[in-house]
Design a protein around this ligand. Structure first.
Ligand code: MTE
Length: 313
């Protein structure tokens, strides 16, 4: 996405001096980027990400990998299927239905549930239960702020998120032997959803979320395995009882409700002690140790105080 600098920006009565100078710097930066012929086309949008790292100094995973190596079974089980087929999903208009234990329930247009909420950029480690991982600059709305607008009632203890179910546009949902009982559902305890690290993601690398990554709204809980971060959300339900979640229904011995990243609790078929940080190749697998709670233990461990995490996996 190339942003054209405006030809002339004059300080108007409504622009503060500081904002005016900030804009001048922005326009100058754009002009510099555009003028430097050594910069290949398309790099301008990425330029602000050069040298950016996670809070631990880890390099970002390239955008091309984040948007082409995906799990989104609604479009097929191959890692390349979502990038190949997710454009078949219509995301405009988009409606979110809110139900259950909340004061404000009903069907809402996407514009109405995001209106007035400020998006933030968060660079998070993202660890799949399959033992690969990335470092991703997500854009999103803190989930606590997103959910608060619906005024959950005191009796709400959990929140369940449901993906779009539209077989006409999602070839994986049309497949005869998919195994998954569509739609894909995931859930969190309400205190997990309200944790400041939890995001309702709307974008990646400073751009709107591509369909294959779960446009226009997807969950991000960076201390949990990736399957918790349900994509293309059309329904949010506040419940009293713990909902079932898709992978737990499919294989309860392998996937639990909590799914906190835990190097000490192996998947029954493979170890969770290490992960392949993408980009990873046969010759350079880039295998690194997996951290408890994916490295966010300091912030989130207290949510699970006193719980046996081997039992609640
Ligand atoms: N959400 C839906 N609706 N369908 C899916 O198949 N896969 C999950 C999660 N959310 C999935 C989903 C899994 S297993 C992972 S690892 C992440 O999405 C992958 O997110 P990414 O493709 O943006 O990396």
């Amino acid at each position: 996405m190339l942003i054209k600098p405006p030809i002339d920006i004059a300080p108007s009565g409504i622009t503060s001096e500081a904002a005016f100078h900030a804009r001048r710097r922005f326009v100058k930066a754009l002009a510099l980027g555009a003028g430097a012929s050594l910069v290949p086309p398309g790099t301008l949008a990425n330029a602000p990400y050069e040298g950016k790292t996670s809070e631990r100094g880890e390099a970002l995973t390239p955008e091309e990998i984040i948007t082409s190596y995906n799990n989104f079974y609604e479009f097929g089980t191959d890692k390349g299927d979502p990038a190949r087929y997710a454009h078949e999903m219509t995301i405009e208009p988009w409606t979110v239905e809110v139900r259950g234990r909340a004061e404000k329930t009903g069907k809402f247009a996407l514009e109405d549930v995001t209106k007035g909420l400020v998006e933030e950029e968060r660079i998070y480690r993202f660890r799949c239960v399959e033992a690969w991982s990335m470092v991703v600059p997500w854009t999103g709305i803190p989930m606590a702020k997103f959910l608060a607008q619906f005024e959950p009632k005191g009796s709400a203890k959990y929140v369940r998120f449901t993906t779009l179910h539209r077989p006409s546009e999602m070839r994986g949902q049309r497949a005869l032997f998919s195994g998954i009982d569509w739609p894909y559902v995931e859930a969190l305890r309400l205190d997990e959803a309200y944790h400041p690290l939890t995001l309702m993601v709307t974008g990646v690398y400073g751009k709107p979320l591509p369909n294959q990554n779960g446009a226009p709204l997807r969950l991000m809980v960076p201390w949990k395995y990736g399957f918790k971060s349900v994509k293309s959300i059309v329904q949010i339900a506040f419940t009293e009882r713990q909902p079932r979640n898709t992978w737990n229904i499919l294989a309860p011995q392998e996937y639990g409700f909590y799914a906190n990243v835990n190097p000490e609790v192996d998947h029954p078929r493979w170890s969770q002690a290490t992960e392949r940080r993408l980009p990873s190749t046969l010759f350079n697998p880039n295998r690194i140790p997996t951290l408890p709670f994916n490295g966010y233990g300091e912030q989130v461990a207290e949510l699970y105080a006193g719980m046996d995490l081997r039992r609640y996996y």
